[in-house]
Design a protein. Structure first.
Length: 356
């Protein structure tokens, strides 16, 4: 089976590839990778990708010619589109015609809504499922009004983008002013009440109008956290695989509302990020329109969303279409680093090593 995976310079596409190569026993896969950067490491990982291609950016007028040519040349069966900008471009193409091959792509209006955190927050605010928030531009002169609304410490970040772009815990107006100045490429910010509890993720796989698979995890620490003032880089180094049906219910409640609001089909893969307050109540901070970088950790724990996606696109007759929340062994954690496969172990064993 020939599968195109885009954006292989990033950790998420490589994680997806590893989940297929190392943890899936469905079929033999021949993976074809693309990226826009000639220095992208994935372009040269022959152990993962049979062939790789340098392609134009999704915003380039030459993008589709390049993609369609390599799909035809390699007789690609399906595409896994992972960079956010490419997901948007494929969803835009899906809205106006047909895709060049099979791909799990959300409807454009849903994708467009979710990539803008301020719009998503506005739609969900009446459900008491997002934290109190204020959106403002970098040219705002009355920053004190943000403090007047949120009353206390708050979390600020870019309204667009992933990996904690422009994010910082803000405690006073001077630090907010300085932060705006040192992030010149961010035009719109969203400030949200600071939440001190757990950082959670709920992965949700929808296909042709139905929610089929879910699983939950906690992000605890991040790779290279010291390089980011917020301590968040978007790449989890230590996390927990969790069994939290109540979190799934909250994620589903939000997604049902968003699908209804946009009038779109329940279709695509989404990662719903939550942060808990001091009382353990979870609030949604963002919803990604794709897999995230620790996909291979879920696969190692028995929740192989990469394999699920491929089997659905391949119309595998043996795939169970009944809904399933993946459940993990209790106390199961994962450890990740930049150039290594993840390690899964019991957290009690981790503590045991710490005391020795």
């Amino acid at each position: 089976m020939k599968i195109l995976i885009t954006g292989v310079g990033g950790p998420t596409p490589r994680s997806f590839a590893i989940a297929l190569k190392k943890y899936s026993f469905y079929k033999r896969f021949e993976l074809i990778g693309t990226d826009i950067n000639p220095l992208a490491m994935g372009l040269y990982q022959n152990e993962l990708f049979h062939k790789t291609y340098l392609v134009p950016s999704a915003s380039s007028p030459d993008y589709w010619n390049a993609i369609e040519s390599l799909i035809a040349e390699n007789q690609i069966d399906m595409a896994i589109i992972l960079p956010e900008l490419e997901v948007m471009e494929w969803s835009r193409r899906k809205a106006t015609g047909t895709l060049p091959c099979k791909a799990l792509i959300p409807d454009y209006s849903m994708a467009e809504l979710l990539v803008d955190k301020s719009k998503m927050t506005e739609i969900l605010k009446d459900l008491d499922i997002v934290p109190p928030s204020v959106t403002f531009s970098r040219d705002t002169l009355k920053l004190h009004e943000v403090f007047d609304v949120l009353k206390g410490n708050f979390w600020v970040r870019s309204t667009i983008g992933t990996s904690g772009l422009g994010s910082l815990k803000v405690e006073d107006e001077a630090s907010l002013t300085n932060w705006i100045q040192i992030n010149p490429n961010v035009s719109q910010f969203i400030a949200s009440k600071f939440l001190s509890g757990r950082n959670l993720a709920c992965k949700m796989l929808y296909y042709n109008g139905k929610l089929l698979r879910t699983a939950c995890a906690e992000r605890v620490n991040y790779i290279m956290a010291k390089v980011a003032p917020s301590g968040i880089t978007g790449n989890t180094s230590f996390g927990r695989l969790l069994n939290e049906p109540d979190l799934v219910k909250e994620a589903k409640r939000a997604m049902d509302h968003l699908f209804k609001h946009t009038g779109t089909e329940q279709h695509g893969f989404f990662t719903v990020d939550f942060k808990e307050d001091e009382n353990g109540k979870p609030y949604i901070t963002e919803i990604n329109v794709r897999h995230v970088a620790f996909t291979q950790c879920f696969a190692a724990g028995g929740a192989n969303f990469a394999s699920d996606t491929v089997r659905l696109l391949n119309e595998d007759p043996e795939f169970d279409l009944a809904y399933k929340m993946y459940e993990f062994e209790k106390d199961l954690i994962f450890l990740r680093d930049v150039d290594s496969l993840p390690i899964l172990m019991k957290e009690t064993e981790l503590l045991k090593h710490s005391r020795s």
